[in-house]
Design a protein around this ligand. Structure first.
Ligand SMILES: [Zn+2]
Length: 59
């Protein structure tokens, strides 16, 4: 099982992509990236829902 997310699907114009076999790891990386690249330091339920809806599961 693979979890993939293109940040650009959530934040238009961002080229960062994520590809992890563990969803929690992926979400941790997204949180770090959101803070570093987008100034989003608080992952609200709305942000999490937006991110979660864009995660593609393969495998
Ligand atoms: Zn981004």
């Amino acid at each position: 099982m693979k979890y993939q997310l293109a940040c650009g699907d959530v934040m238009p114009g961002c080229a960062q992509t994520f590809d992890e076999s563990d969803k929690d790891v992926l979400l941790g990386q997204v949180a770090e990236h959101a803070a570093a690249a987008h100034g989003i330091t608080e992952i609200t339920p709305e942000v999490l829902a937006a991110v979660d809806s864009k995660i593609r599961v393969t495998g």
